[in-house]
Design a protein around this ligand. Structure first.
Ligand code: SF4
Length: 383
């Protein structure tokens, strides 16, 4: 009997010949925002470009950071790390009250000019091992590569920096380009940065396990705060403050534990399903938009209006949910109130008794009819 294909084989076949898009902290926070969505879990595990896929199936979302925001962020990060990381050292001294004059920096953007993620992850582990043994106690890691298990896959993640140990603990430092005006940054942007930092904290703890620490020691070795660095007021002067992560850590750890294995989800797809976005030599796409949409539809989605905040495929899934009259189109709370009711048409049929409820739907029918009576009274009162 022929051996069954490995997970990597299955996922790379689904993606086709285009290079995979890696997991990022931003992708992982989006995944954990909707852990019941098999569609996104498989596409992210396979490294499919969801922006390009959305465009190919007719919903050009143009989702994500603008090129302008990305280049502004890169320029600010260069400023923070200029002159031998002078601004970073100053912020560590003022915010964490530690002497940092003699601290060193290991630049892990490459290893011997080689940017390979696995190589950089191995070098990160080696250096973390030295720091935890006290050999390189004062070493700051610039763009280390941490590993995290996500839906059964290994994600390679790059925080901007991991500080040397301060009071026995590492701190994640994240450099963002949004401004803090009079010491206040946009709360929504800070919350998003905190979610990503929480992913890095969890990944650093997992990486420390691989270095040989036990679970308690790994948890204790990483602070549950992170150092947020952003421009101050309307100048480009770096400003920093510590942000608490405890709630975010609990929430993301819980949601990571709820993700199904992408391998098992992908195995449910038909053998000819593919998200191949490549073109042949003649410029013709390997798969038509219709074939790509069919493959998408073979994966169960869990649409809710909040998808519009974080997922490149939200317009596609919303259109599908609207066509099918899914209760989730009206919000997660409506979906949760109507378990087993597949459409708002069914809900209306249950209200006016055009449909016979099954025995398990008695409570739902009662709630629907009570809501209908309330609505009728409200309308009558207004009239
Ligand atoms: S938009 Fe679609 S694919 Fe993305 S998380 Fe929501 S349901 Fe899943």
């Amino acid at each position: 009997m022929a051996p069954s294909p490995s997970t990597d084989d299955t996922l790379s076949r689904l993606r086709g010949p285009i290079a995979p898009q890696p997991y990022t902290a931003r992708k992982i926070t989006a995944l954990t925002a909707n852990p019941g969505c098999a569609r996104r879990a498989v596409l992210d595990a396979a490294g499919v470009d969801k922006n390009a896929l959305a465009a190919r199936v007719g919903f050009d979302a143009r989702f994500g950071q603008s090129p302008f925001a990305i280049s502004r962020g890169n320029a600010f990060e260069e400023l923070v790390k200029a002159d031998g990381y002078a601004a970073l050292f100053t912020l560590l001294r003022t915010e964490l009250d530690v002497p940092v004059r003699e601290a060193g920096v290991a630049d892990l953007n490459t290893v011997g000019q080689n940017p390979d993620l696995k190589l950089r992850a191995a070098e990160t582990r080696r250096l973390l091992g030295r720091v935890t043994k006290g050999t390189d106690e004062r070493l700051i890691l610039d763009h280390p590569v941490l590993t995290l298990q996500v839906a059964g896959q290994t994600a390679y993640l790059e925080p901007d920096a991991v500080t040397h140990r301060i009071g026995g603990r590492f701190y994640i430092a994240e450099i963002k380009s949004f401004a803090a005006i009079d010491g206040q940054a946009d709360p929504g942007k800070v919350a998003e940065a905190a979610k990503q930092a929480a992913v890095y904290v969890i990944a650093l703890r997992q990486t420390l396990l691989a270095v040989g620490l036990d679970a308690q020691a790994a948890a204790d070795a990483v602070a549950d705060q992170f150092l947020l660095i952003c421009p101050k007021d309307f100048a480009n002067q770096p400003y920093g403050r510590l942000v608490d992560l405890r709630q975010k850590l609990d929430a993301i750890e819980f949601q990571l534990g709820r993700l199904d294995r992408a391998e098992d989800l992908a195995a449910m797809l038909p053998a000819d399903a593919s998200f191949d976005l490549s073109e042949g030599r003649d410029g013709r796409p390997a798969r038509t938009g219709r074939e790509l949409a069919d493959a998408l539809d073979d994966l169960t989605a869990a649409y809710s209006p909040s998808c519009l905040d974080f997922c490149e495929l939200a317009q596609y899934c919303r259109d599908q949910a609207t066509t099918a009259c899914e209760p989730a189109r009206l919000g997660t709370s409506v979906r949760n109130e109507l378990p087993g009711v597949d459409s708002t048409r069914t809900a209306l049929g249950l209200i006016d008794a055009a449909l016979e409820p099954d025995p398990t739907q008695a409570d739902i029918v009662e709630r629907l009819r009570a809501a209908d009576r309330l609505r009728a009274r409200r309308i009558g009162g207004v009239a």
